[in-house]
Write a protein that binds this ligand. Structure first.
Ligand SMILES: Cc1cc2nc3c(=O)[nH]c(=O)nc-3n(C[C@H](O)[C@H](O)[C@H](O)COP(=O)(O)O)c2cc1C
Length: 358
């Protein structure tokens, strides 16, 4: 068995808590790992020193494995005119809430190379990556430190690319998934494969373990994904109302009162397609969303607006990231949820065995 195969086999519960910048917390990561799953620290927005400190703190809690996740963002240096036009488009949203329109920022996203170096130094048990692909040298540097490397793929071609650079495992992220997805070879419109199709397609295409993500909300989804050949599942939206959530009160209320078929894809908030509960900002920006500057520029320009709205209790301008099955999400302690989903998955497997043996 490969190193990654053994890693996932050794997890008492094959459930990974998805990294969620702005929504998951180190406390959630710890609770899931201690329950026997694999918690993931969302380090995408963290400075290198913070990444090292958080990894050191998680390691000090014991020997349960955990993962750390980075967003692979290219440095952006947009023309001033692009930034000015984008800020002019956003100005009415800031002004309507009595907020100053921000000045053009100097930087738009954390330095990925420095974040990666922090992970190599701090050596967590596993690291996952999204939005792009590592070089073989970067993968080697991680593996030399005994860090399991997981790439994110939304198409078969992306999974093959991760296998070729030497990744240990690949996360098959279906179209159902909440938040941003990891597409990096083709535009979003050409990367809309659902989890049910993507997992077996990747199993057929690559020899490394496949993790299923997107639309998995409880033990039924866990059992279904394992039946499709996944080595583990990665769940995000299902943790958003857990005791350890980091979502703001208005985001929480929006999730608690969500309607049927509530989510949409939008690039209005960040300049990169992401799935969230539809609100006023998404609806009214729709006619111009193709024109907003690409990630991370738009993401940075809307950030103060979203943060202020979180404090002011205004859900209409917050990026309410959530997956298609958000209506199935509910409260609970994160470790308790993981144990419950695994019990449910085992019950589903037993019921299926009874059914097929009739
Ligand atoms: C609020 C939110 C934030 C997310 N942030 C990240 C992130 O920082 N890094 C990442 O790789 N994926 C991120 N994702 C995607 C998750 O890793 C995962 O693929 C997704 O949640 C799975 O679909 P589900 O939400 O239907 O469970 C995020 C998802 C959500 C809902």
């Amino acid at each position: 068995m490969t190193r990654a195969g053994a890693f996932f086999e050794s997890l008492p519960i094959p459930i990974i808590q998805a990294p969620m910048v702005g929504a998951s917390t180190p406390a959630m990561t710890l609770a899931v790992s201690q329950a026997g799953g694999l918690g993931t620290l969302a380090a995408g927005a963290m400075a290198p020193a913070e990444i090292e400190a958080e990894i050191t703190a998680l390691k000090a809690e014991g020997d349960r494995p955990f993962a750390v996740n980075l967003l692979m963002t290219e440095p952006a240096s947009p023309d001033a005119s692009v930034v000015d036009a984008a800020l002019a488009r956003l100005a009415p949203w800031y002004e309507a809430r009595g907020l100053p329109v921000p000045a053009a920022p100097n930087d738009f996203a954390p330095d990925f190379e420095a974040q990666l170096a922090a992970i190599v130094r701090a050596a967590p048990p596993a690291a996952s990556f999204t939005f792009s692909i590592l070089t073989p040298e970067q993968v080697r540097a991680l593996r030399e430190r005994d860090i399991l490397v997981v790439g994110t793929a939304t198409t078969v071609a992306e999974a093959r690319a991760w296998a070729e650079v030497g990744a240990d495992a690949v996360c098959a992220q279906g179209f159902e998934a909440g938040g941003h997805r990891g597409s990096f070879l083709a535009p979003t419109e050409e990367s809309l494969v659902g989890t049910m199709a993507l997992v077996p397609l990747l199993r057929q295409a690559v020899d490394i373990p496949v993790i299923a993500a997107g639309g998995i909300m409880d033990g039924r989804g866990v059992a279904a994904a394992l039946a499709l050949g996944a080595a583990a599942v990665q769940m995000g939206t299902a943790f958003l109302l857990s005791d350890q959530t980091g979502v703001s009160p208005p985001w929480r209320r929006a999730l608690e009162t969500v309607g049927d078929d509530a989510t949409r894809l939008t690039r209005a908030f960040s300049g990169r397609h992401a799935r969230g509960v539809e609100n006023d900002f998404m609806r009214r920006m729709r006619p111009v969303e193709a024109e907003v500057p690409a990630y991370p520029v738009q993401n940075r320009l809307t950030q103060p607006l979203r943060a202020a709205a979180g404090r002011m209790g205004d859900p209409e301008v917050i990026s309410l990231w959530a997956g298609q099955a958000v209506k199935l999400t509910g409260p609970g302690e994160a470790g308790e949820l993981v144990r419950r989903w695994w019990d449910e998955a085992k019950a589903v497997a037993k019921a299926l065995a009874a059914r097929t043996e009739r």
